[in-house]
Design a protein around this ligand. Structure first.
Ligand code: SAH
Length: 251
């Protein structure tokens, strides 16, 4: 009985501590909106820099990618309740049952793109807008499409509030953006079962697309390089799990 009671007290103490942590993190957010922005920026910059260091240890070497990870405030792209987890190397839920990819995956895909500043890059699946912010920080001319209007609108709000102005579109990524093509690079952040053909033809010759291809059980990270008017090279770069790429648009 006494042991049980002691457990109960311990549990209560843990809950109190967690409560304290949660309160602290929501206070942090409030702080940022008030006049102590400098303190918040410092904390967030330190956490983002630590995350970049971790990703470097996990094999990411593109300095442009690592610098972008260290700069973009990931906590701004997720709900307030889960901001405490924003700088862990984990995927996190966003609205409409979608996810903001794990930072390693974001960095890995960005590295495979080998972005040079000024390149025209199309992203399929804006989601939270985090990946678009990373590409923008890397100096790309970013175009991004999202099929959920709600996500398109909230990503736009978040990105613009942070001073990021990629070209955002509400539409079906399977169609790409024929009026804006050709693109130097295309990045797909949801998983199609097969490589979307229309997107292949929106690449400039010499450009390439990074796309996780496969069903719900897992996908192969694939690079499709356009080598000529009608010729493409394909290479595989490891196993991943993404949310499926779906046809059409939704509110
Ligand atoms: N890049 C995002 C990851 C979001 S998850 C980020 O950094 O947060 C993948 C996103 O792709 C989801 O938001 C999903 O709604 C979107 N998506 C899926 N199929 C799509 C399609 N056909 N066209 C555009 N977006 C699509």
């Amino acid at each position: 009985m006494e042991i049980l009671e002691r457990h109960r007290i311990t549990l209560f103490t843990i809950l109190l501590c967690c409560g304290g942590l949660i309160t602290c993190s929501s206070n942090k957010t409030k702080t940022r909106n008030s006049n102590s922005e400098v303190i918040m920026n410092f904390q967030q910059t330190t956490e983002a820099a630590k995350l970049a260091k971790q990703l470097e240890q996990k094999g990411i070497s593109d300095q442009l990618v690592l610098k972008a990870i260290a700069t973009v405030p990931r906590h701004e792209f997720v709900d307030e309740e889960i901001r405490g987890a924003a700088y862990l190397d984990r995927p996190l839920p966003i609205e409409r049952g979608q996810t903001i990819s794990q930072p390693f995956t974001v960095a890995y895909q960005s590295e495979l793109l080998r972005i040079k500043p000024g390149e025209k890059v199309l992203e399929i699946g804006t989601g939270s807008g985090y990946q678009a912010a990373i590409l923008f920080e890397m100096g790309a001319d970013v175009y991004s499409i999202e099929r959920f209007e709600e996500l398109y609108l909230s990503a736009k709000k978040t990105l613009n509030s942070l001073g990021y102005y990629p070209h955002l579109f509400y539409g079906d990524g399977y169609e790409g953006l024929p009026d804006e093509a050709p693109f130097d690079k295309i990045l797909v952040t949801a998983a199609p079962e097969e490589i979307p053909e229309k997107l292949m033809y929106q690449l400039r010759i010499g450009g390439w697309m990074v796309v996780p291809v496969g069903g719900r059980m897992g996908q192969k990270m694939t690079i499709i390089k356009r080598t000529g008017e009608d010729s493409f090279d394909e290479s595989l770069h490891g196993d991943f799990i993404f949310v499926p790429m779906q046809k059409g648009i939704e509110k």
